[in-house]
Design a protein around this ligand. Structure first.
Ligand code: PEP
Ligand code: MN
Length: 338
């Protein structure tokens, strides 16, 4: 159930409603916008009489939620969620542009990329220090050394850092260096990890699992939101379909438009992992913006053919610069700025 309070409800009336439902064993989450408070209920409390709750002083209306996801739903919070990381506000009218290499490989590689993507218009630097690889024989990332290089690059460019955390025990370490904790597609339903990043109170970029439904993605976001961490970005990064000869995944462009309708959380498009082919990253990027994405995450590398991971889909730095000029035009068409 969601309880919507009157604009004029007093703090005492709000407290009174919270106390009454908590006394029935429910946990509450409050959201306030323009002076109006919404109280979301969570947990396994005793049944509530919505008629009785609706008559309590200060209550405007009660709503039963039929979706499985609650805190991420527009029913709970009709307006877009925005939050500010460094100088960038995500979810508003500025397109967040997260760019950088798939993996942090060396100081030179990272610094060159960081300066180039910043000059081209990126607002965040990405780079994996801990890499989830399909093969145990592939490059696994530089670990903490990679995190330290990312922090150096932030120091040099001012770009906040987005980097992946692969297990709950690594959340404290990665949180020291990262501005945004990335949950990779392969870990979207690692519930212990979701609980750990929920408790970390750092912004989270939650990638859609490659065979996850939209509802699965939203349910995973609930794990993070339920800890009171509201700074969650959802990421469409392509799903597995039947063609893997020409494309790595299938970019579910509809998911972006749909998510924007049913959830208040910002949605980020990842064209790189979706298509997996450098030459086609541009058109997919523009499609993501056209579908209403709040941001992009794009892989770029000074010498993609020599990249330790995901070279096939990584843009050269000049290609990234060109794409940003096109992205600006598309963003403007969608009422956003880069
Ligand atoms: C990545 O961002 O490099 C990555 C591993 O992404 P995904 O989890 O979407 O495959
Ligand atoms: Mn990658």
């Amino acid at each position: 159930m969601i309880i919507v309070m009157h604009h004029e409800a007093t703090p005492a009336e709000i407290e009174n409603v919270i106390a009454a439902v908590e006394a029935k064993g429910w946990q509450t989450h409050c959201s306030s916008k323009s002076g109006q408070t919404t109280i979301g209920l969570q947990g396994d409390g005793q049944p509530l009489d919505s008629f009785h709750v609706g008559l309590m002083p200060g209550v405007l209306e009660t709503m039963a939620i039929d979706q499985k996801y609650r805190l991420g739903s527009r029913t709970f919070r009709p307006e877009d969620t925005t939050f500010t990381i460094g100088q960038v506000t995500v979810g508003g009218d500025q397109l967040a542009v997260i760019a950088g290499p798939c993996s942090v490989e060396s100081r030179e590689q990272l610094m060159e990329t960081a300066h180039a993507v910043k000059a081209a218009g990126a607002t965040f630097l990405r780079g994996g220090a801990f890499k989830p690889r399909s093969s145990p024989y592939s490059f696994q990332g530089l670990g903490e050394k990679g995190l330290k290089l990312l922090a150096e690059a932030r120091e040099a460019t001012g770009l906040p850092i987005v980097t992946e955390v692969m297990s709950p025990d690594l959340v404290p370490l990665v949180s020291i260096y990262a501005d945004v904790l990335q949950i990779g597609a392969r870990n979207m339903q690692n519930f212990n990890l979701l609980n750990a990043v929920g408790q970390a109170h750092k912004p989270v970029l939650l990638k859609r699992g490659m065979s996850a439904t939209i509802e699965d993605l939203l349910m995973s976001a609930e794990y993070i939101l339920a800890h009171g961490n509201n700074q969650v970005m959802l990421c469409e990064r392509g799903i597995r379909t039947f063609d893997n000869k020409y494309t790595r995944n299938t970019f579910d462009v509809m998911a972006i438009s749909l998510l924007k309708e049913i959830t208040h959380l910002p949605v980020i498009a990842d064209p790189s992992h979706a298509i997996g082919v450098r030459h086609h990253v541009g058109p997919v990027t523009l499609a993501g913006i056209a579908a209403g994405a709040d941001g992009l995450i794009i892989e770029a590398h000074p010498d993609p053919d020599k990249a330790f991971s995901d070279g096939d889909q990584s843009l050269t730095l000049p290609q990234f610069e060109v794409l940003m000029t096109q992205a600006k035009v598309m963003a403007e068409a969608m009422g956003k700025r880069v």
